[in-house]
Design a binder for this molecule. Structure first.
Ligand code: ARG
Length: 458
């Protein structure tokens, strides 16, 4: 097929090569950014006297028409075109005639594609950011509702110490708050315009890169043209940030899957976010959470692919870089979907405080408090730890729990024990006494909720 870029070459490319070379299948989603970038470019060319004001008007009107027609579906993107940049330029030239051929003055597809991708991803970052905020709200609301519900806290997935369910949920809110910060930080470095770097070395035309960048809403411009066209740090950075976000969602997914099992029974997901089995009528599966956990692996793969694609590239642009898009688009789409599913799943999740409490009552999770009781009465912690351990072993052997073991039995282990020990090992007292900053007390959860809401809503 004859190419707009057929300068030196005379022979046609093979159909297979065309298909292999083409990126229109995935880069057409940047059509708005491509057209917006071209409008700014035409305006800059006119302002600098490189083309006339009338020519710029023709180009901008033509571009506006193309934007409208693609958006309305009137103009279908030709999947045989090489990429979105070529497609738009070809349609423009067909519609406005030879003046269309002036649009590509003082730019190259190398700076154009870097510009389009930055603009596209900046918009998507805003959308992800907003969804993260909504999910934080959903978690915080559930935390507020369940700030007094006791559950076992785990280490090594063994019951460790009693905590409040609200505290557990707020741990995830804190993670997501960091994700939100990471995304806005990443956007700062994305917000640098590469347009005007041209193919690799800048241009002999008297361009105004600042004017062009400003029209497009960029904060700054790339100050080295080689770097401007070959920098894909923003792709890697966004993929890293999304990977971390997905890692958080995946950890929560794992907990939700465990909690919804009969073995735990801490929560029940709404029917809207579960599936049944085609053979086992009793089943209610947490497929949404499992999918988020599964998709997290694919997003990590997207990150690895981008890092690996870039690691051996000499400056400046290499066609390998066309491979930057599918992975980052996939990661962005996956994060958006996962967040949407999560918001629904979390806000409709039914919590079962009685089951949590029952689990907390077994497993001697107040044994630390028993040791602390002795320590507060003057016994060194190591000795108190040992005695409490022996009491737990005794209870296990005799089918007892700490709360109901009679005082006489306690006294056989140490005469320091008095009636007030029962108050200290009461589960609700155990959690509420952990009032250190960031601890699991009700007061601390309230402080966390307040902090997170302030961070999210200013
Ligand atoms: N479709 C290409 C990409 O995504 C556009 C840039 C092409 N530049 C070039 N010199 N062939 O990277």
């Amino acid at each position: 097929m004859a190419k707009m870029w057929a300068g030196r070459t005379a022979g046609d490319t093979s159909k297979t090569a065309d298909e292999f070379n083409s990126s229109i299948g995935f880069d057409s989603r940047m059509y708005k950014e491509d057209i917006t970038g071209s409008v700014a470019h035409a305006r800059m060319l006119a302002k600098q006297g490189i083309i006339s004001a009338e020519e710029a008007d023709v180009l901008c009107e033509g571009l506006a028409g193309i934007l409208e027609d693609i958006s309305s579906g009137k103009l279908v993107i030709d999947e045989n075109a090489e990429d979105i940049h070529m497609f738009v330029e070809e349609v423009l030239t067909k519609r406005v005639g030879d003046v269309g051929k002036k649009l590509h003055t003082a730019r190259s597809r190398n700076d154009q594609v870097a510009l389009d991708l930055r603009m596209y991803l900046m918009n998507r970052v805003d959308e992800i950011f907003e969804r993260v905020r909504i999910l934080i709200d959903a978690l915080t609301d559930q935390a507020e509702l369940h700030k007094e519900d006791i559950m076992p806290g785990y280490t090594h997935l063994q019951r460790a110490q009693p905590i409040l369910f609200g505290h557990h949920l707020m741990a995830y809110a804190m993670m997501l708050l960091r994700d939100k910060d990471r995304l806005s930080d990443c956007k700062k470095r994305m917000n640098v315009s590469p347009i005007g770097c041209c193919a690799l070395a800048g241009t002999t035309y008297d361009t105004d890169r600042y004017f062009e960048a400003e029209q497009l809403g960029f904060d700054d411009i790339a100050l080295n043209s080689l770097d401007g066209v070959s920098d894909r740090d923003f792709v890697v950075e966004l993929l890293s940030d999304i990977s971390i976000l997905m890692m958080h969602l995946s950890r929560l997914s794992e907990e939700i899957i465990l909690w919804s099992s009969w073995e735990f029974g801490f929560v029940e997901l709404s029917d809207a976010y579960t599936t049944g089995s085609s053979i086992m009528p009793q089943k209610k599966n947490s497929d949404m959470a499992e999918l988020v956990r599964g998709k997290t692996g694919r997003v990590y793969g997207d990150l690895m692919a981008a890092l690996t694609m870039l690691k051996g590239l000499p400056l400046a642009y290499n066609k390998d870089m066309q491979e930057d898009k599918e992975g980052v688009f996939d990661a962005v789409d996956t994060a958006m979907m996962s967040l949407e599913v999560f918001v629904g799943m979390i806000s409709t999740m039914k919590v079962k405080p009685d089951n949590m409490k029952r689990a907390a009552q077994r497993g001697f999770i107040n044994a630390t408090d028993l040791a602390d009781y002795l320590t507060k009465k003057g016994m060194p912690f190591r000795s108190a730890y040992k005695i409490s351990g022996s009491i737990v072993a005794y209870c296990i052997e005799h089918g007892q729990v700490l709360e109901t073991l009679p005082l006489e039995t306690y006294k056989e282990f140490s005469d320091i024990f008095e009636e007030d020990l029962y108050e200290d090992i009461d589960l609700f007292n155990c959690v509420n006494k952990r009032n250190s900053v960031g601890g699991t007390s009700v007061q601390s959860i309230e402080n966390q909720i307040e902090y997170v809401r302030r961070k999210c809503h200013g």
